[in-house]
Write a protein that binds this ligand. Structure first.
Ligand SMILES: NC(=O)c1ccc[n+]([C@@H]2O[C@H](COP(=O)([O-])OP(=O)(O)OC[C@H]3O[C@@H](n4cnc5c(N)ncnc54)[C@H](OP(=O)(O)O)[C@@H]3O)[C@@H](O)[C@H]2O)c1
Length: 391
């Protein structure tokens, strides 16, 4: 708790987008779990909605800030009022940049829920250097994308010998539903393949090369994976990119590290059906009328019910190898998209605000910024990290 005392800013954490679907779950989590003395505030564009939320949360002295992404001065003020800004206002590629810029410029730490590689790459190109100057930590993807994958691979690596080449394969299984906000972000991404590739190339031109070590995340081929007893389909989410960045940043991943990321599906027809469904969605997202029709199926602010969420779960299995050892690990929990995302996001913000962390600045992954501390927090909060077997 030592960092809580060293500040002249009015709030330790400001939660922006607090009235949205994940925002509300995150506010409820903070209301229930914030340590005594934490000064936090909810922020958003609609003051009336914020007041109603504050009333429902019943937290004495909860701050309330009005800010709109269309009003850069309000975002600047928000960043100046906070040590840590946590934002759920997405799709980030559309709504996110001004706030990242404000945090980088004012030295506020920043954490979000994006799963959009284009946004993360552009923010690196445009704001990493300024954030390094001011000391701001810019942590993207601190929800189910990508905290449990990033922390799970790190947990696996730490079970393996040091100083030798390592490989880790990750296998994702989950049973869950989407919110309107996630659906909108996914549709937007599917329609922006060219922009995503261009942003990745631009990042490549700016990023320093890794010297004397290798860290890769190639797309694996579909295969039956006997090590997990399931069909493994390559999963092109942002997760492998984040894992690779952590591996580039930390020596502990060894001189030559490789990560491959898969969805694990028990039955072949389900695997084939899943690929076909995603393919259809990606194709439909290219056509504006189809995209509009799809986005109206699930509106912003809507999401799975508490009952549906209570039945949802995720399991990430990792198989790590190196130095003559093979290790099987698992990270598992409840509803990945919302309840657990709100937990990971809130704990990430709390960790940045409260924990003694390694000194970092600029765009950093969850592992770089707060790997050990956040893993401990998530374990205490009920997310399971376990070593299933070592051979
Ligand atoms: N990383 C992960 O695993 C993960 C998991 C879940 C969600 N997500 C992402 O998190 C984001 C939020 O999802 P959600 O389901 O909570 O979406 P949502 O319910 O639509 O919430 C979006 C929030 O953004 C606010 N907002 C929209 N336009 C704004 C503006 N001009 N100025 C200020 N605030 C504005 C909304 O305010 P109002 O309340 O006033 O409408 C709302 O609070 C999405 O990008 C989604 O993809 C990521």
């Amino acid at each position: 708790m030592s960092r809580l005392k060293r500040t002249d800013r009015p709030y330790d954490i400001v939660l922006f987008g607090a009235t949205g679907f994940v925002g509300t779950l995150t506010a409820e989590y903070l209301a229930a779990h914030a340590p005594e003395g934490l000064r936090w505030a909810i922020a958003g564009r609609d003051e009336e909605k914020l007041r109603r939320l504050r009333e429902r949360l019943g937290v004495a002295d909860l701050g309330l800030l009005r800010a709109d992404v269309a009003d850069p001065a309000s975002l600047r003020a928000l960043a100046e009022h906070a040590r840590v800004v946590a934002t759920t206002v997405g799709p980030y590629v559309r709504h996110g940049e001004e706030l990242v810029a404000a945090c980088a410029d004012t030295g506020a730490d920043y954490v979000d829920l994006t799963g959009e590689p284009e946004f993360v790459d552009l923010m690196y190109v445009r704001h990493d250097a300024r954030a390094r100057e001011t000391g701001a930590r810019l942590v993207h993807a601190c929800g189910f994308d990508s905290a449990p994958h990033d922390l799970g691979v790190y947990f696996t690596v730490r079970q393996l010998p040091q100083g030798v080449p390592l490989t880790v394969d990750g296998f994702v299984t989950a049973d869950a539903a989407f919110s309107g906000g996630t659906f909108a972000s996914a549709l937007g991404q599917f329609a922006r393949g060219r922009q995503m590739a261009a942003a990745a190339r631009e990042r490549g031109r700016h990023e320093p090369r890794l010297v004397g070590r290798r860290a890769t995340a190639p797309v694996g081929a579909p295969r039956f994976a006997p090590e997990v007893g399931a069909w493994a389909l390559p999963l092109p989410t942002i997760d492998p990119q984040i894992v690779r960045r952590s591996a580039k940043a930390l020596e502990r991943y060894g001189p030559d590290f490789r990560y491959r990321h898969y969805a694990a599906v028990r039955r072949l027809p389900v695997a084939v059906g899943g690929v076909a469904a995603v393919g259809t969605l990606v194709a439909a997202a290219q056509l504006p009328p189809a995209r509009r029709w799809l986005s109206e199926r699930l509106k912003p602010g809507e999401g799975p019910s508490a009952q549906k969420r209570a039945r949802s779960w995720f399991s990430l299995r990792f198989v790590g190898e190196g130095g003559g050892r093979r290790v099987y690990t698992e990270v598992a929990g409840g509803d990945p998209g919302y309840d657990e995302t709100a937990k990971m996001f809130a704990e990430g913000a709390l960790s940045l605000a409260c924990d003694d962390l390694p000194p970092t600045a600029g765009q950093v992954t969850t592992v770089e910024a707060m790997g050990d501390a956040l893993t401990e927090r998530l374990i205490r909060a009920g997310i399971r990290f376990r070593v299933a077997a070592i051979r």
